[in-house]
Design a protein around this ligand. Structure first.
Ligand code: ATP
Ligand code: FE2
Length: 324
């Protein structure tokens, strides 16, 4: 079975075709804000300008390989409303034109499913950290339940905000990671875990404050150590609570080596296995939507056009996981 999937919840517009074995084609057009963070309408404008050429390229690629597309998947949410609508409109038209089923995919679940596909993880506790989301999830009674999540901003958003406040370019995460490597000392910053949830906005403010008095390298390092320790603590507690013997890291912040290392150590100490997908499957990509659409279609789930409206606040636990 071949499924074409379109991702476009935020900055990255990406379309891909996958089958059960592999990614066949993937193409992307990335929106980079001229200054500051993402502007939802500008991002949507970017997506509508690029979606035609992008889809034409992917469909032509399929034709050249003699592939017949059996379904169209799209990121239905969560994400920025204007971006989601652009993608959903294109997906509906394409499904009608090709006369194949349409399937709306939960973006967070897609991060998890492609991670499992590409690493061989079976039933992990998942730390999903990106610019828009920070959650700890695990499958229980047929749904991806959220065990812990941020009470305010996501960890990626916190890193990007801090970066902006000290004059570093967007996205801040990679630059902070680089600077942190040259640090000499740890500066205490507020560590906030409440029950199973974490909070990052106070940390961003405290770090910006500290950057006026201390070396930027030391602040970047301390910011990472503090924020990541919070994430690792909650992931470990979710593993204990949900009795999971595996952990997996997904989302754009998952590219951070230090975060991966901290999770790996925690897993080693618990005698659990740690899974880290390749970088290209960690951030937002079309293949994750195509692949999740494929497993959904194979389990008999599709989305009729009349219920294919976008869902900017779509939660993972709203989806019944029939394919696991
Ligand atoms: P989502 O829609 O799932 O919320 P997103 O639109 O934020 O995703 P991602 O690619 O998943 O996109 O994540 C982008 C975030 O990842 C940014 O906040 C960026 O700073 C962060 N990031 C990227 N590389 C690193 C890194 N090496 N270390 C820390 N953070 C990173
Ligand atoms: Fe994402």
């Amino acid at each position: 079975m071949y499924v074409l999937g379109i991702e476009g919840t935020a900055w990255n517009l990406s379309a891909a075709i996958v089958n059960e074995d592999d990614v066949i084609i993937e193409r992307a057009a990335t929106y980079t804000p001229a200054r500051g963070g993402i502007h939802p309408r500008e991002a949507a404008q970017h997506h509508s300008e690029h979606i035609g050429p992008l889809l034409r390229e992917v469909i032509q690629g399929a034709r050249d390989l003699g592939i017949k597309i059996d379904g169209v998947a799209f990121s239905q949410g969560p994400g920025l409303g204007p971006c989601l609508r652009t993608v959903a409109t294109a997906a509906r038209v394409l499904a009608l034109k090709l006369n194949v089923p349409l399937v709306g995919v939960n973006h967070c679940i897609a991060h998890i499913e492609i991670g499992k596909w590409k690493t061989g993880a079976r039933d992990p506790a998942v730390l999903y950290v990106s610019g828009g989301n920070s959650q700890v999830l695990a499958l229980r009674r047929g749904r991806y339940r959220i065990f812990g999540e941020t009470l305010d901003i996501s960890v990626g958003n916190m890193l990007d905000k801090f970066a902006r406040s000290v004059g570093l370019p967007h996205p801040g995460g990679p630059r902070i990671e680089e600077l942190a490597r040259n640090a000499k000392e740890y500066i205490p910053l507020p560590y906030t875990v409440k029950g199973m949830d974490f909070s990052f906005s106070g940390l961003a403010t405290a770090a910006a404050e500290a950057a006026r008095r201390y070396d930027l390298e030391d602040v970047c390092y301390s910011l990472q150590e503090t924020a990541f320790a919070m994430l690792v603590e909650v992931t470990e507690r979710a593993m204990a609570h949900a009795e999971k013997k595996e952990a997996m890291l997904v989302g754009g912040v998952g590219a951070n080596r230090r975060l991966g290392e901290m999770l790996r150590l925690m897993c080693e100490e618990r005698g659990a296995r740690f899974y880290l997908p390749e970088r290209r499957f960690m951030g937002d990509n079309g293949s994750m939507i195509a692949y999740t659409g494929l497993v959904m279609l194979k389990s008999g789930v599709s989305t009729p056009i009349e219920s294919s409206g976008v869902r900017p606040n779509y939660r993972t636990d709203e989806v019944e996981v029939r394919w696991a």
